[in-house]
Ligand binder design. Structure first.
Ligand SMILES: [Ca+2]
Ligand SMILES: [Ca+2]
Length: 185
């Protein structure tokens, strides 16, 4: 009988330790009640209010400047915009207006769409999807040149229990693109 009680005590202790370690922040785990502590709320969506770009390369990978203008060097800078979509989807949720002649030493904040047909921010995303943000150089009638892109899943960004806001930079290759906004509960 005694060994049975000891075994039970070990089980309860193990369960308690396991529970204490498992008060995770996973928004796709709504059954987590944090062991009687503060209730961990589960976000219903991520509201993206701003997309920002804090790093991009001065030149293309071939060593040339983004645009060609031998007379006005300033025009050789890229005219940057961001495009936001579900990974694998060809339609854009949001396409920002273009920042002309962008300086690679500055940061740029995108909130306004290029046109009334280009979506808008704030935008509420699903909680467990892969999204992609692409930074490109707008070459007008000659099309666009991709500068870089990042991917994110809102469920991975929610890492702070009951957080109200988020501000996350995502590094990928030669670009750093970020998102900021708030969690909807
Ligand atoms: Ca170009
Ligand atoms: Ca340019």
């Amino acid at each position: 009988m005694k060994s049975k009680i000891n075994f039970l005590a070990v089980l309860i202790t193990a369960f308690t330790i396991f529970s204490a370690c498992s008060d995770n922040d996973n928004p796709v785990d709504p059954n987590n009640n944090n062991n009687g502590g503060p209730v961990i709320k589960t976000p219903t969506s991520m509201q993206i209010q701003t997309i920002f770009v804090s790093r991009f390369p001065e030149k293309k990978s071939d060593g040339n400047l983004w645009d060609w203008d031998p007379i006005f060097p300033l025009n050789a800078r890229p005219d940057i915009f961001v495009r936001f979509n579900l990974d694998g989807s060809s339609s854009a949720i949001f396409r920002s207006k273009t920042e002309e002649q962008a300086d690679y030493q500055y940061s740029y904040y995108f909130r306004d769409p290029a046109s009334a047909n280009d979506g808008s921010l704030p935008h509420n995303t699903g909680m467990n999807n892969i999204y992609k943000i692409t930074l490109s150089d707008d070459d007008g009638i000659w099309g666009t040149e991709e500068i870089g892109s990042v991917y994110f899943n809102p469920a991975d960004i929610y890492n702070n229990d009951n957080a109200e806001t988020f501000n996350r930079s995502i590094v990928s290759g030669s670009v750093t693109i970020g998102i900021s906004g708030k969690w909807n509960y």
